[in-house]
Design a protein around this ligand. Structure first.
Ligand code: HL5
Ligand code: SIN
Ligand code: MN
Length: 264
């Protein structure tokens, strides 16, 4: 699968592009069934909301469940990712942000790359994020919102940011842009929040400013986000690397496969 010239140009200019109908309803159902199984496996890969119990995010399902292991090699995701980030990619990170109905919490405005640079020693910002919608994403359930073209600003330094204690997931709150920065950037860039049906795919740059609001609707907004990184540019951590559910260590270049995913 390849992006059209228009889609490729949109990604380069805007920092994101949406692809419709990439996975079928049956495939999404099968992925959700696998997620239901995987989220019962306890461990540090489960992140909760501020209540300490509701699931906020789950990392690295591809390392525990064969269906997700196939998904990360799917040509429908890997094809466009290779066009953008180069032929030899591995999974730097995979997460499902599960933003639940009636209260799934916000993700603060941030850029991804600066976090991976500081926490993991990621040398260059050549990652592409490939987000697969597991629910319909609407204006009501907390869509990811972008500042158009803000990936072209490069890294916006955060004087007060801390890269965590080296063991856990870093919430974008710790790298959030200030209200003054946001107000200024929105004037120049404007905002966009791509909507779509479950099965659609949203590609976005690791340098684009993004965030999302609380989900006050009765509809969950589960989004699976894969971050591919070129094998030639792995992180070089200054100290102990973060655990491998956060920072992928299998750096064998992924070969695209094309198989339907509507069976486990
Ligand atoms: N939670 C991620 C990590 O690597 C970083 C954020 O959206 C990605 C900024 O811990
Ligand atoms: C979100 O799920 O809304 C935020 C995604 C991200 O920060 O990558
Ligand atoms: Mn992010």
């Amino acid at each position: 699968m390849r992006l059209t010239e228009e889609q490729y140009a949109a990604y380069r200019t805007e920092g994101f592009v949406t692809l419709e109908n990439v996975f079928s309803g049956n495939e999404v159902e099968t992925l959700l069934a696998a997620l239901a199984v995987d989220q019962r496996t306890p461990g540090p890969h489960l992140i909760t909301e501020s209540d300490g119990t509701t699931l906020r995010a789950i990392y690295a399902s591809h390392r525990r469940h064969p269906l997700f292991a196939r998904l990360v090699r799917s040509d429908r995701l890997l094809g466009p990712a290779r066009q953008i980030a180069g032929p030899d990619l591995y999974v730097h990170q995979m997460k499902i942000n599960s933003k639940q109905a009636f209260g799934g919490e916000r993700w603060a405005w941030h850029q991804d790359y600066i976090v991976w640079r500081d926490a993991d020693g990621m040398p260059v910002a050549n990652q592409v994020n490939v987000a697969l919608f597991l629910d319909d994403v609407t204006e009501f359930n907390g869509p990811i919102t972008f500042l158009r073209g803000s990936h072209r600003l490069g890294t916006l330094e955060r004087p007060s940011a801390t890269a965590g204690d080296g063991t856990g997931h870093i919430d974008p709150d710790d790298y959030a842009l200030t209200p003054a920065e946001l107000a200024d950037l929105v004037k120049q860039h404007g905002m966009a929040s791509p909507k779509g049906a479950r099965g659609d795919v949203l590609l976005f740059s690791s340098q684009i400013v993004h965030g999302s609001g609380t989900n006050i609707s009765p509809f969950a907004r589960r989004v699976l986000i894969l971050t591919y990184n070129p094998v030639q540019e792995p992180p070089r951590p200054a100290g102990e690397p973060r655990p491998d559910h956060l920072v992928g260590t299998d750096r064998t270049p992924l070969e695209p496969i094309e198989v339907p995913l509507d069976h486990p």
